[in-house]
Design a protein around this ligand. Structure first.
Ligand code: GLY
Length: 330
């Protein structure tokens, strides 16, 4: 498990990946570069970096990176080993988008360990954007993805423990609190959102999650909803979100961040304004967690969340394992 505090310290003390950003940008990276939500974004970034550093595309990089937490058995909020819904089904949501507005997504996908790769197939091999449930599974199987059991013994034990009280109570920052913990950890939800800028200056983004733990069967969060959990515009920048997806969907959060950047706001200001929009429209959301992460075409990075505890990982040619605490309102 990554030592979050040590990584943050290293990032703050370390050289020069983080050139001082202009006001409103938390950092400025040199392309190619990639950024991701949460502590486990460090490992995802390194997989993406293996693609970017060889001149690969941002799209290939974010897919490769997103597959890392999808395969990580210590991560109970993304992919295999994700915590199940109320009825014990692991259902996965993912989306991917390139600089030209091409995008694909799956929601409520069961039995397929890498929903991000299915989302990419939706983008590249169908005229559609979003496939859900049984149709998404049928498509994935037709595309040759193996059908697998994604509910691990550890996740099943956590679900059984939850069933004893069956309290549906989303808690902030469970992404960090539950990472690497076994059954009985305070379970909840999370997402990895990744944004990359390649050597050609092309942007792409990916977002993948098992959604909120113990959710109602059929619940879909923000991650597979283009504009909510992920948005990319090659002329402006890209944004992604993590946290309680319902609040992000209500405010079309990632699209809002990109539109604010289009109006000239640096990424951090844009993320802050999007979080403020959520709180202005629903003050009780202060008890939840939502975080936004953004990257513009100049390599400027920004993040903001409702509550403290949100972290994000940065990677470029100078440093591949930086991790920063995101600023927040509370
Ligand atoms: N942000 C992930 C979800 O709410 O499902």
């Amino acid at each position: 498990m990554l030592d979050r505090r040590a990584l943050i310290t290293a990032a703050l003390a370390g050289p020069p990946l983080l050139l001082a950003g202009r006001a409103g940008a938390a950092a400025t990276l040199t392309s190619p570069c990639v950024i991701s939500t949460w502590d486990f974004g460090v490992a995802a970034n390194q997989a993406a970096w293996a693609v970017l550093s060889k001149g690969g595309s941002a799209l290939d990089a974010v897919e490769a990176g997103a597959r890392v937490p999808e395969a990580d058995l210590n991560n109970h909020s993304v992919g295999r080993a994700g915590y199940p819904d109320r009825d014990g089904h692991v259902t996965l949501d993912a989306s991917i988008m390139d600089a030209d507005g091409n995008c694909g997504a799956v929601a409520g996908l069961e039995h397929i360990a890498h929903p991000i790769s299915v989302a990419r197939r939706v983008m590249e091999r169908t005229p559609h954007v979003l496939l859900v449930g049984d149709g998404a599974l049928q498509f994935a199987l037709e595309q040759g993805f193996p059908r697998e059991e994604l509910l691990t013994p550890e996740s099943r034990a956590a679900w059984r423990e939850w069933l004893k009280t069956a309290k549906y109570r989303p808690a902030a920052n469970s992404e960090v609190d539950t990472y690497g913990k076994g059954a009985g950890g305070a379970a909840n939800h999370d997402t990895i959102g990744m944004l990359a800028l390649d050597a050609k200056g092309e942007l792409a983004g990916a977002c993948t999650t098992s959604g909120m733990a113990w959710k109602l069967r059929g619940r879909v969060g923000d991650s597979p909803i283009i504009g909510a959990g992920l948005y990319v515009d090659g002329a402006v920048g890209a944004a992604t979100s993590t946290g309680v997806g319902e609040e992000v969907i209500r405010n079309v959060g990632s699209f809002l961040v990109v539109e604010l950047m289009r109006q000239g706001h640096p990424p951090e200001e844009a993320c802050k304004a999007a979080v403020k929009r959520i709180l202005d429209r629903k003050p009780s959301a202060k008890d939840l967690q939502v975080g936004f992460l953004a990257l513009n075409t100049r390599g400027e990075v920004g993040a903001w969340s409702i509550q403290k505890g949100f972290s994000y990982a940065l990677c470029d040619g100078a440093k591949q394992d930086a991790l920063l605490p995101g600023p927040s309102f509370y």
